[in-house]
Design a protein around this ligand. Structure first.
Ligand code: NAD
Length: 260
């Protein structure tokens, strides 16, 4: 599917015009797993998604199961070792958002992704709000110690299948938000502020089914922003969007920021 075939060039041009003429509050972009599939990282709910292929995999992302069952933690650490993010590179979609930043119109990238690809593409880390945390850091669920994931993964490779915290012996987990785990309040507050303050809110590569991330759309629209959904499949918010661009993100986003 090409960008034009899916959305029509006229609609793409119109949205590109909205990006170009966004007021001083600029553009806030909410990204989801769909922006990273073209970098080789599967999403959860798309046609080739992790949960679409194996609904049982959801248990590995559930906080209660992780705390209660050592086998879940062992499987989760193996999955982290093999995560495609370690070898993934940013794609044209990530790079387009860097171009948008350079144009001076980007207020923030609020991302549900944990892969760090926005920053690796060259996005100013101060403009990236990682509402679901980062795969690159590990935290202790007891004492709060934090450290780089690669050091803990080296312990897994050396034979510690479920490495405990070296400070207090507690359970370690990547500093990512699992199902059943609250978002960090200061991070959520930054995301809400970015949603409330923008002129144009782009929801890119997200099924908009995970809350509270999807509620940021309500915040933005409620505060008067124009909503554009860029996604291969329909979302629950399409009905209130000023435009829905259905196509491949790596093809669409560069068209939207060209000329900014
Ligand atoms: P999701 O899996 O629920 O939805 C992804 C959406 O993107 C789908 O509707 C799919 O059709 C669309 N999509 C996929 N590739 C696309 C492409 N190239 N062009 C256009 N559309 C495309 O993802 P979500 O809404 O972000 O929720 C999933 C949760 O899982 C998030 O909380 C996120 O933290 C986590 N997750 C992150 C990563 C990552 O960091 N890369 C990967 C998988 C899951």
């Amino acid at each position: 599917m090409t960008a034009e075939a899916a959305s029509g060039p006229a609609q793409v041009d119109e949205v590109a015009g909205w990006v170009r003429t966004a007021g001083p509050a600029g553009v806030t972009v909410l990204t989801g797993a769909g922006i990273s599939t073209e970098s080789g990282i599967p999403d959860f709910r798309g046609p080739d998604g992790v949960f679409t292929r194996d609904p049982g995999a959801q248990r590995l992302f559930d906080l209660d199961a992780y705390l209660a069952d050592p086998q879940v933690r062992v499987a989760a650490w193996q999955r982290r070792r093999e995560h495609p993010a370690w070898s993934a590179r940013p794609n044209a979609g990530h790079r387009a958002l860097v171009d948008l930043e350079r144009s001076g119109r980007l207020a923030a990238v609020v991302t549900q992704n944990i892969d760090g690809l926005h920053q690796r593409a060259g996005q100013d880390p101060r403009l990236v709000v990682e509402i679901h945390g980062s795969l690159l850091e590990v935290e202790c669920l007891s004492c709060g110690w934090r450290g780089p994931t690669d050091e803990t993964l080296a312990r897994v490779t050396a034979g510690e299948a479920d490495p405990p915290c070296l400070v207090c012996g507690g359970i370690l987990k990547t500093a990512t938000i699992s199902f059943g785990q609250a978002l960090r309040s200061e991070v959520l507050a930054a995301a809400v502020q970015a949603a409330r303050g923008c002129d144009l809110f782009l929801a890119v590569g997200t099924s908009l089914t995970v809350r509270p991330a999807a509620s940021l759309v309500d915040v933005a629209v409620g505060a008067g922003a124009r909503l554009v959904v860029v996604n291969a499949e329909p979302t629950p918010y399409d009905g209130i969007a000023a435009a829905c661009l259905r196509g491949v993100i790596g093809a669409l986003l560069p068209l939207l920021v060209a000329g900014t």
